[in-house]
Design a binder for this molecule. Sequence first.
Ligand SMILES: [Cu+2]
Length: 65
Amino acid sequence: MSQIILKVEGMTCSHCKMRVEKALNGITGVESVQVDLAKGEVVVSGNANREDLVKAVVDAGYSAQ
Ligand SMILES: [Cu+2]
């Protein structure tokens, strides 16, 4: 199991946080998702593919790198 850290832009409230968490939890290989709203940082544990995670965040309406 590994951790992937994503920088996510556009999250402003707990609703955004929930959207991003929900989007990432739906990805194959994701074990847990921790969103730090203040830092704009998301830590994903598991063995998911980084590109899949970025795509899920973008599809949810935010930008990720
Ligand atoms: Cu929001």
